[in-house]
Design a protein around this ligand. Structure first.
Ligand code: OGA
Ligand code: MN
Length: 209
């Protein structure tokens, strides 16, 4: 079990998630997981496998550069075997959260994301109109040396809007259906590992997603 998923810090994170629908957890991954994720990011980027992100359900995906301008690569547990320590951590995370929040979290989907300089993602919810499978969104930032003024903050739109810097090994966890959020323009290339914990296993469901 990762150190970040136990003890007082984790209990407080769960309390904030219950109260505000989102929570920020610093020092999220163990170093070995960070290393493997960063190595895979490097490999994917070198291979030209980061693709312009789309909006909406897969049946009607379109690219709308006015809404989002990041580049992504969907992860595949079966073939990206160096990421197994990450995925087995996600299994534990799902169990912990399902128990704490009395929800079922039987699936997941994750992608790597790169925001080039100037890229952004306008305010949105992560749950699509006709697909309610996404329960919780999880973003982990991979930006060493991110400074105030580098932009790229995650803005949470709520009664007291909060702006969260994409600091190295910081995780943000939030309810996909209710938390309106936005990525402010990045002034330096910005990297993250972003994903969703799903009610039903990925690949099952009305839309085949
Ligand atoms: C997303 C998203 C937030 C972030 O990919 O849907 O909102 O901080 N990402 O990268
Ligand atoms: Mn989002």
């Amino acid at each position: 079990m990762w150190a970040s998923l136990q003890g007082e810090q984790w209990d407080k994170a769960l309390d904030r998630l219950a109260e505000y629908d989102y929570t920020v957890i610093d020092d999220f991954f163990p170093q070995s997981v960070l290393d493997s994720v960063e190595a895979e990011f490097e490999r994917v980027e070198q291979a030209g496998a980061l693709k312009a992100a789309k909006i909406g359900e897969s049946s009607e995906e379109r690219r709308i550069a006015e809404i989002r301008s990041d580049y992504i690569h969907w992860l595949d547990r079966a073939s990206q075997t160096t990421l197994e320590p990450f995925f087995s951590g996600v299994d534990q995370l799902r169990e912990e959260l399902a128990r704490a929040m009395y929800v079922s979290l039987l699936g997941y989907e994750f992608h790597l994301a790169k925001y080039p300089v100037g890229a952004f993602y306008k305010a949105h919810l992560d749950q699509f109109d006709r697909r309610d499978n996404r329960q919780l969104s999880l973003v982990i930032y991979l930006n060493q040396g991110w400074e105030p003024g580098d932009g790229g903050e995650l803005k949470i739109h709520c009664e007291n809007p909060e702006v969260i810097a994409p600091l190295y090994n910081r995780a943000v966890l939030f309810r996909s259906a209710t938390v309106l959020h936005e990525v402010l323009p990045a002034l330096k290339p910005r990297r993250s590992l972003t994903g969703w914990l799903l009610k039903r296993p990925s690949g099952v469901g009305a839309l085949g997603l």
